[in-house]
Design a binder for this molecule. Structure first.
Ligand code: ZN
Ligand code: CU
Length: 480
């Protein structure tokens, strides 16, 4: 019986970190069926991968694609860089559940998903999962439910710790989400809607994770002066619940903290001996989130990525905007919000040390609805493979691929993903290791990457020759 698809003459980098080898790849029924010398085999379709690397499709460990999967299901920013699975619902922000609907104006940073608010239409998490199954996206996804979203949906006053009754309501919503297919809970304890939540609230809200084998992902309370305390809080939550934790977009921000990844990584490594800890990182020394005046104070330079009041300033430097308005920076921020920004607030050496850390996964943290987004949205994975692995020689190609495939699948418990071998799902990315890199820049960030030849999701091509195929074979994945 012929294969559905035969990829011939590929250089396989299989996602485990093992050295590359030459092979053909036979795909049938959405799975990899054979990897080896298949010259005599036949197939309904063929791709000649001479000169190309075949890797497992990349898993984006950290996204805000909750709504993009429904509003732009081709997922061009992701499939164009070889991503075949996205982890959504991060930083305490998820599109569902919205039993109360969404009060306007939408509370920042939940407004990163939709500033108008009309997309917060799923009363239960199960309704959201059903919508993704009925109208699949081009990529697979695994979903987190956001603690800040739960707070907005259940609490009278976000500036207080949750009452026992509010905790019980949030816990019931977590249980419903996990039952419906969520793989865990995310928090954004740094952000205003969750800042008042004590550690004990988080633990009590997340209780269902223990019985349902979920995981806890966090945008920690502090990534600056108090980053060590924030790591300890994260580890405590994981220990008390007996669940794996993921430290989202690990970084140390603000000039006084430059170099402190030399403290955080050993702390993480030590804690990993007694509990399960993962972390992800994006390959840039600028962050991006909502615009607030406070955050500009620790940033060498601030670019505005969107503004509801003044969309014409998207992409511009905040200082230049303030000058043009003829006001100070604080006043300019007040006129622009709700808005988003890019903050240049990290040290390149820290970024490299964190990326190079053995246990670090790659996650984009891309913000797909920004008018002038951070280039990480379109460039993260090719930049790691090109700029950091090939050009800067931070690690081997095999290690780079492992950080975006096998390691990520293992951390999130995605059983049949992240490795290119028989029996696994046929999520496959073909790329040119000599030319791959991000094309997106801070000046011009909406750009498909260079060097991606073809991308398959569950055996179906979703990106070919520089464009989306229009196919949408994505599945909602659960923890295996
Ligand atoms: Zn975050
Ligand atoms: Cu995030």
């Amino acid at each position: 019986m012929p294969f559905d698809l035969l990829i011939r003459n590929a250089t396989v980098v299989d996602g485990t970190g093992a050295p590359r080898f030459g092979a053909d790849i036979g795909v049938r029924g959405g799975r990899v069926e054979a990897v080896g010398a298949l010259a005599k085999e036949e197939a309904d379709a063929e791709i000649d991968a001479s000169g190309l690397v075949a890797a497992p499709g990349f898993i984006d460990a950290h996204t805000h694609d909750d709504r993009l999967m429904l509003s732009a299901p081709d997922m061009a920013p992701k499939v164009s860089q070889g991503v075949t699975t996205v982890i959504a619902g991060n930083c305490g922000v998820s599109l569902a559940p919205a039993p109360r609907g969404m009060p306007r104006p939408v509370t920042p940073p939940i407004d990163l998903l939709d500033v108008e608010g009309g997309w917060f239409r799923f009363r239960t998490f199960a309704d959201y999962v059903a919508a993704l199954r009925e109208q699949p996206a081009a990529t697979n996804c695994a979903l987190l439910v956001g603690h800040s979203m739960l707070r907005v949906q259940t609490m009278a006053d976000l500036e207080q710790p949750a009452s026992p009754a509010e905790i019980a309501q949030m816990r019931a919503l977590v249980d419903e989400a996990l039952e419906a297919g969520a793989i865990g809970v995310s928090t954004g304890l740094y952000y205003e809607p969750a800042r008042a939540a004590p550690t004990e609230e988080v633990i009590e809200v997340c209780r269902p994770l223990s019985a349902r084998r979920g995981l806890y992902c966090t945008h920690m309370r502090d990534e600056g002066d108090r980053v060590m305390e924030a790591l300890e809080e994260t580890f405590r939550i994981g220990r008390e619940l007996g669940v794996p934790v993921v430290v989202s977009h690990h970084k140390v921000v603000g000039t006084p903290n430059y170099g402190r990844s030399a403290e955080t990584l050993p702390l993480i490594e030590r804690a990993m001996r007694s509990q399960r800890i993962g972390l992800d990182c994006y390959p840039y020394c600028a962050s991006s989130t909502i615009l607030t005046f406070d955050r500009t104070l620790t940033s060498a330079k601030t670019l505005v990525t969107w503004s509801q009041q003044h969309p014409e300033f998207s992409g511009m430097d905040l200082t230049a905007i303030a000058q043009q308005m003829g006001v100070g920076v604080r006043e300019a921020v007040e006129r622009l919000v709700p808005a988003g920004a890019i903050y240049f607030s990290m040290d390149e050496k820290d970024v490299q040390r964190i990326l190079g850390f053995e246990h670090t996964m790659i996650g984009s943290d891309g913000l797909p609805h920004d008018a002038a987004p951070h280039p990480r949205l379109w460039g993260t994975f090719p930049r790691v493979l090109g700029h950091y692995a090939r050009d800067a020689n931070l690690f081997s190609l095999e290690t780079a691929v492992h950080k975006m495939t096998g390691l990520t699948a293992r951390t999130f418990g995605l059983a049949d993903r992240g490795v290119l071998k028989p029996g696994y799902a046929a999520d496959i990315t073909l790329f040119d290791a000599g030319t791959i890199d991000a094309a997106a820049t801070f000046e011009n960030s909406i750009q498909p990457a260079r060097g991606i030849a073809a991308v398959l999701v569950n055996g179906t091509p979703v990106w070919r020759d520089g464009r989306s195929t229009g196919e949408r074979p994505g599945k909602v994945l659960r923890r295996g």
